[in-house]
Design a protein around this ligand. Structure first.
Ligand SMILES: Nc1ncnc2c1ncn2[C@@H]1O[C@H](COP(=O)(O)OP(=O)(O)O)[C@@H](O)[C@H]1O
Ligand SMILES: [Mg+2]
Ligand SMILES: [Zn+2]
Length: 304
């Protein structure tokens, strides 16, 4: 038995379940990646200067051939984003893939994703682009940094409360988007994400012109590689030592009904076993799996 690189369940004699491959690639077989690794490094973004994960991972857009047999670097018609290993922080692709699956279990909307083995035998994270729908066309997205009128450099100069004000102002259904934003921010805290800054939240503009919170992206547990990494955005003025009371006050600020807020705050405990099982089966090394599991347990308990 091995582990499916898409759903992390056991799979016999294969890298992925054919059904999982069909969802991600539109074919029961994993396509070959026709990419020179040097290309990824040339096309990727330069590393940011501060001690954060941000921009550390170089990435490329990939298209898939009509016969679904190969993936190629593409600018037009790109269906996927590929994020390979980053030299400075080990196992980010495995970390992001696991965190996205925990997010799905938690109830967030996430695009299809998986791990892909490159020619140098390392694993890269592959995610379907939600701004390029399968039926064609492009969807516009605006990240919270743009919505706030801030420059990309100012992406850490925000707060959870600012996110709520932006959603209230720009989302077509502010009530729904506010709750979705609250859940995403809580999830980021639960999973030790110190890189959920204003560019990692976006509104997606639908074919109907309506603005809603986009599917989740760039989710990972930065605390596995940066010890005690605090939150990127303050919640109630705090980046550390948050508890249930902090989140309840924030829910009040967001005008989320108490019962709905309580349901969200109980979600980590509700999906904890499933999250721990995913963690255990993930491609992270044993020490990172253990640290991640401990954090998930501790923070679910903090909310209890
Ligand atoms: N699945 C996706 N579909 C569409 N756009 C995406 C997706 N994932 C990320 N993006 C966009 O690409 C940008 C960079 O991706 P991200 O995962 O945040 O990489 P980085 O680790 O470099 O910040 C995001 O800010 C977002 O605008
Ligand atoms: Mg990002
Ligand atoms: Zn699978």
């Amino acid at each position: 038995m091995s582990t499916c690189r898409i759903c992390l369940d056991p799979v016999a004699d294969s890298e992925v379940h054919p059904a999982c491959a069909r969802v991600l690639y539109g074919s029961t077989r994993v396509p070959l990646l026709d990419v020179d690794l040097a290309q990824i490094h040339t096309l990727g973004l330069a590393m940011a200067g501060r001690a954060s994960i941000s921009g550390v991972q170089r990435k490329v857009s990939l298209g898939i051939a009509v016969d679904r047999r190969t993936l190629q670097v593409a600018t037009d018609g790109a269906r996927y984003i590929l994020k390979p290993q980053a030299g400075t922080f080990p196992f980010l692709p495995e970390n992001e893939h696991l965190t996205m699956l925990i997010a799905a279990a938690f109830g967030l909307t996430v695009p299809s994703c998986g791990l892909l083995r490159l020619r140098d035998d390392t694993l890269a994270y592959l995610v379907e682009r939600f701004d390029r729908p399968r039926e064609g066309g492009k969807r516009r997205q605006e990240d919270f940094c743009q919505l706030a009128g801030l420059s990309p450099k100012e992406k850490y100069d925000g707060s959870a409360e600012l996110c709520i004000r932006l959603v209230r102002r720009y989302a077509s259904e502010p009530g729904i988007a506010t709750l979705a934003c609250f859940r995403l921010l809580l999830f980021g805290w639960w999973t030790g994400n110190g890189d959920m800054h204003l560019k990692n939240l976006s509104l997606l503009i639908g074919a109907d012109g309506r603005h809603g919170l986009s599917p989740a992206y760039d989710l990972l547990c930065t605390r596995l590689v940066i010890a005690d990494d605090p939150l990127a955005l303050t919640v109630g003025g705090k980046k550390e030592r948050l508890d249930r009371a902090t989140w309840l006050r924030f829910a009040e600020y967001a005008a989320i009904p108490a019962a709905a807020a309580a349901r969200v705050l109980d979600s980590p405990a509700r999906v904890l076993d499933e999250a721990l099982a995913l963690c255990e089966r993930s491609f992270l090394p044993a020490e990172q799996r253990a640290n991640y599991a401990q954090l998930l347990r501790e923070r679910a308990a903090v909310l209890g």
